[in-house]
Design a protein around this ligand. Structure first.
Ligand SMILES: NC(=O)c1ccc[n+]([C@@H]2O[C@H](COP(=O)([O-])OP(=O)(O)OC[C@H]3O[C@@H](n4cnc5c(N)ncnc54)[C@H](O)[C@@H]3O)[C@@H](O)[C@H]2O)c1
Length: 372
């Protein structure tokens, strides 16, 4: 198979889908790998490293035109639409439910789209989301440390234990991959961490990973109100259901936070769990609302392209190899978890969530592939 690795064109995106060592693996399996010139530069990988690993360095046109499969990070953007064609396999984060236009283009062109974010592993977890979540959680805590500095417009707080001072209180809502990532760093710096979740098993799992300066709290309105009022740093790591019109942390509660408190919304959940949150970019990441500094960057891993690329590639490569070695139909037939990621096939929508959200017809991946 000819596999093309593209340079990402989305704002603030420095990740690349394949590292040079992944290219070596793909080539060792007998595949041809084309790398768009400079695709890896922001992740610290030069064209020469890719060439030494066995890739051909090409321009974007050649990369798309010769590819059997494009191996990417972000969704398909308007500049890339003209390259979509029947049978082309697009393996990337697609988020088809978020873009009607992208869905139209991919269905009309007849591409085969397999979305990283919808693939599940044998444990029912999302293997291609997990590494980015960990980086986002850790990066979210580090961002709080950075923007709490007075030199960066913050209130001059250091989220760490300092002799003679009370340890700062950090409240983290959600004990999933993001929340545990944030809690590991917050606890490691000696903060008094409260990790809040609705799910008993998530808290039990988190307990095994975290030290004695972390308390595990059931999520309910009383506990949230008590913790939010006394916390120095509030980190949101849950996505609030879109249908809910209330909030876990209301504007009124934000108003009652400590004078020098800060909010980080890693879930970047606009008007969701925290009423005052709205998405920001790395170029202008913070704003103040109700007297509280907010940081709500939607693609935190984008600030750590080197490590994020390697971590993402570690989780995507086994699937890319399966698709390339076996072909789409066999790879998806043999792995129900990978099949779950199929969102477009021969002009048909195969992702129920997008069908419902965009009010379009859809069929199951099994039916599209002729397995039922
Ligand atoms: N900003 C970024 O760069 C970035 C990167 C990765 C993920 N994210 C986002 O971060 C969020 C969390 O991701 P994750 O991988 O940790 O998800 P996850 O599913 O692993 O964890 C979410 C946790 O929240 C808990 N939860 C749900 N409702 C709750 C409530 N009312 N109170 C307390 N806890 C509750 C769940 O039980 C679960 O343990 C998602 O919205 C994801 O899209 C953002």
């Amino acid at each position: 198979m000819i596999i093309s690795v593209l340079k990402e064109i989305k704002k603030d995106e420095g990740r690349v889908a394949a590292s040079p060592s992944a290219v070596r693996e793909l080539c060792a399996h007998g595949h041809t790998v084309l790398i768009e010139r400079n695709a890896g530069l922001l992740s610290g990988f030069s064209n020469e490293q890719y060439a030494a690993a066995g890739a051909e360095i090409v321009d974007v046109k050649e990369a798309y035109e010769r590819a059997d499969m494009v191996y990417k990070v972000k969704e398909i953007l308007p500049k890339e639409y003209p390259y979509m064609r029947r049978g082309l396999i697009v393996f990337t984060y697609i988020h088809s439910n978020g873009s009607r236009e992208q869905t139209d283009v991919c269905l009309e062109a007849g591409v085969t789209g397999i979305a990283y974010e919808d693939v599940i592993d044998r444990a029912g977890k999302f293997p291609m989301l997990r590494p980015m979540s960990e980086i986002a959680g850790k990066g979210g805590f580090l961002a709080a440390c950075e923007y709490a500095k007075s030199t960066n417009g913050g209130r001059g707080r250091l989220y760490a234990k300092i002799d003679g001072l009370s340890a700062p209180r950090v409240t983290i809502i959600g004990a999933g991959c993001v929340g545990i990532g944030a809690a590991e760093l917050a606890a490691g710096c000696g903060n008094m961490v409260s990790l809040v979740d609705v799910d008993y098993y998530s808290l039990e799992h988190a307990k095994m990973k975290l030290g004695p300066n972390v308390e595990f709290v059931q999520s309910n309105q009383e506990n949230i109100e008590r913790l939010v009022k006394q916390t120095d740093l509030l980190i949101n790591c849950i996505l609030w259901p879109k249908w809910r019109t209330d909030h876990l942390v209301s504007r009124e509660l934000v108003r009652q936070m400590k004078d020098d408190a800060m909010i980080v919304d890693v879930a970047c959940d606009e008007g969701g769990a925290i009423e005052t949150c709205r998405c920001t970019y790395h170029s202008d990441p913070t704003y103040t609302e109700e007297g509280v500094l907010h940081y709500c960057v939607g693609n935190i891993p984008g600030a750590y392209p080197r490590d994020a690329s390697v971590a993402l590639c570690n989780s995507t490569l086994p699937y890319a190899l399966a698709i390339a070695d076996k072909g789409v139909v066999r790879a998806l037939s043999e792995d129900a978890g990978l099949r779950r990621g199929l969102c477009f096939y021969q002009g048909q929508l195969t992702l129920e969530e997008t069908g419902r959200k965009q009010d379009r017809p859809y069929i199951s991946p099994e039916r599209a592939l002729g397995l039922e």
